[in-house]
Design a protein around this ligand. Sequence first.
Ligand code: CA
Length: 433
Amino acid sequence: MALDATHDPARRSWVDSANAAGCDFPIQNLPFGVFRREGEEPRGGVAIGEMILDLRAGLAAGLFEGAAREAAEAASGPALNPLMALGRGVARALRARLSELLWADGAERRRAQAAAGLLVPMREAELLLPARVGNFTDFMASIDHSGRLGAVARPESPLPPAFRYLPVAYNSRATTVVVSGAPVRRPLGIARREDKSVGFGPCAALDYELEFGVFVGPGNAMGEPLSMRQARERLWGYCLVNDWSARDIQRFEMAPLGPFLAKSLATSISPWVVTADALAPFACPARAIEPPPLPHLDSAENRESGGFDIALEAWLATPSLREPHRLTATNFRHMYWSFAQMLTHHASNGCKLETGDLLASGTTSGPEDHARACLAEINLTGPVTLPNGETRSYLEDGDEVIFRGRAEREGFVPIGFGECRARVLPAASWPQE
Ligand code: CA
């Protein structure tokens, strides 16, 4: 992926908060999202520091032309799907224009500052789901996650038989993909209890899974596979994903067809979609895998730059521990399979992928103990003890799980993903009529 002026580390914004150290949304990031203010329609915007650039206001002020205008129009509705459908080139034109408009030393600064209502404080806006997600597929791309949990059940061969040959996945549920901030209700389900009886009731082992997700840009026609090159170009933008998991329900239900109700209760995502272009400086070689991938899942491009060096963290706050405690610190570069391989594999049988489909990596565990990216793995060495003395094997009602992600590389301005945060609500009572 080519680097251009939008990645220039010397470029600073006239929006002061975007230049603060540790800011997730400097002028080099420019992620897209959908927001709403009271009394207004939902619309597309771009995060810059603590503000949102309202693309509709930018259009009204005549700030965009050509492909940038086409992109801004496509992004000004209640979901980013029309923008994603135009592909990465058109979004890149808008990114270049936004960078000029927001640049402190740019020739367009005055025009941007004169545009009425262009910037909205993020704290005054409600951040919404960025896209209509038609389909959600959850992969299992981490060899450390698969191996650690597999070793409990099958110490002699921890990995599933196909793991080294293809990115294992299942079709999950798009209807329960929710945006950060939306609470998650503890699910009801059937599980085998400690006394060996089988019963129905509130999940007793609710877990988080720290994952990374990508939205598909242009899709493919049914029956038409995608090459690694084509797949890579269709990886439109990225977000944090919490694939909530009911471990007791999962253990009981999953043989032989895989998880069902244990995973479809809710999936939380961060509201800002960080584009593939914004992440270009943080690409790294895909992990060298053994045996080498089959030819259709291999490419020189993927070997050189199919991975991402992105630090991912999970934090926990409880009703009596307000200051969050870090549970997981991992990095996406540990993944065994890349997103280009996941998408190529997904479409290789002719399965139709659509714009706005969400692919998640699976739990992003790394090799270190602190890189275990769900409680099921952390629990292998016993429950977590929190700074206030509380312990956790699994999540309790009122607990809040917060994910953060940050890409850093020497010579570039670090960028972040914002938060993916949700609190656990008590289980529903069963309807009495
Ligand atoms: Ca998962």
